[in-house]
Write a protein that binds this ligand. Structure first.
Ligand code: IPM
Ligand code: MN
Length: 349
């Protein structure tokens, strides 16, 4: 496998948090002689506004053929209200690199960070697998009589047998490999009858191949309630693209906020993309206040994907130690800026 990593800081606070993640990655790369080669790409709103190009021609093939992973910050800029560049780059990579697994762990690293009363580290430790290439994100639909009082808008929600089966199977395989006890599939099949029927039938069929793993279904409205009321009931959750988008923000809040959460957009065995869950947060840009931990844990997740488990654990432990010492940004109750919070982790590696 190639050892090249594409680094795409993006917009807003993206560059600030990726800078902290990179300091850690570069240190580990040197010390553990991982031989990773980091190549920086400046694709972002500034570039797009200047050139009209979100990603240069050939770039997607270059990433596909020559890179092991992409380490990405965040996309979104108020000067690009339709998010065209973000759609081309982030959603473009999800679709064109077929990154069908969106892996979003929900793990509380310190009791102090949990917004729920009487919930501790042992209660908040599960993984959400979000289908990442279908659903409402395919952008199929259209308008009729646009701009008139009779306007109609149709937005399709697409599920394929192949797409549903591969994410459900991935969730069960993950549960088996990591010793997780159950897989919960969540959707809204009491209303979305056709797609829901496909999801439920596929879930039941795949579950039969994993007799050692409990499986249950939960409507997504009930899921949001139970994630808050009793997060300990979950071990692995698998859901569609849109529901996964929504419930993973809730999952981030359970861990201490959006600044804490990491994610992987994975095509197993192929080039995959790793990004913190948070957005570009324009109002915090350049103020040295953004929490770098989501980006740092994302770097750890990327190393794990590349087979460097020990190095990933080393980063996680340093993050936990920095949080335990209260050396964090304000969102976690600390007094540090982005750079100093990154240093607090770096020092504990
Ligand atoms: C996420 C984000 C993206 C999504 C946006 C930026 C398109 O919210 O990665 O969760 O909706 O998938
Ligand atoms: Mn989201």
């Amino acid at each position: 496998m190639s050892k090249k990593i594409a680094v795409v800081p993006g917009d807003g606070i993206g560059p600030e948090v990726i800078r902290e993640g990179m300091r850690i990655l570069e240190r580990i790369n040197d010390e553990s002689k991982l031989g990773l080669e980091f190549v920086h790409f400046g694709w972002n709103a500034d570039e797009y506004l200047k050139t009209g190009i979100s990603m240069p021609p050939g770039a997607m093939d270059d990433i596909r053929n020559n890179y092991a992973a992409v380490y990405l910050g965040a996309f979104g800029d108020p000067r690009v209200p339709d998010m065209k560049h973000a759609a081309d780059i982030l959603l473009g990579m999800r679709f064109q690199l077929d990154l069908y697994v969106n892996y979003r762990p929900v793990r509380l690293l310190n009791d102090r960070l949990c917004p729920l009363r009487d919930k501790h580290r042992q209660h908040v430790d599960f993984v959400i697998f979000r289908e990442n290439t279908e659903g409402a994100y395919v952008g199929m639909g259209g308008n009729f009589k646009k701009g008139t009082p009779d306007e109609i808008a149709v937005q399709e929600d697409v599920s394929t047998r192949k797409g549903v089966e591969r994410i459900i199977r991935y969730a069960f395989e993950y549960a088996k490999k990591t010793g997780r006890k159950s897989v919960c599939m969540s959707d809204k099949n009491n209303v979305m009858r056709f797609g829901g029927d496909l999801w439920l039938r596929t879930f039941e069929e795949v579950a039969k191949e994993y007799p050692g793993i409990e499986h249950f279904h939960m409507f997504v409205d009930a899921l949001t309630m139970q994630m808050v009321r009793a997060p300990e009931m979950f071990s692995v959750i698998v859901t569609n693209n849109m529901f996964g988008d929504i419930v993973t923000d809730l999952g981030a809040a359970l861990q201490g906020g959006l600044g804490m959460a990491a994610s992987g957009n994975i095509n197993p065995g192929k080039v995959s993309l790793f990004e913190p869950i948070h957005g570009s947060a324009p109002k915090y840009t350049g103020k040295d206040v953004a929490n770098p931990i989501g980006a740092i844990l994302t770097a750890a997740m990327m190393l794990e994907y590349l087979g460097h488990d020990a190095e990933a654990t080393r980063i996680e432990n340093a993050v936990i130690a920095a949080i335990d010492a209260g050396e964090t940004t304000h969102d976690l109750g600390g007094a540090l800026g982005t750079k100093a919070a990154g240093e607090a982790v770096l020092r504990r590696l």
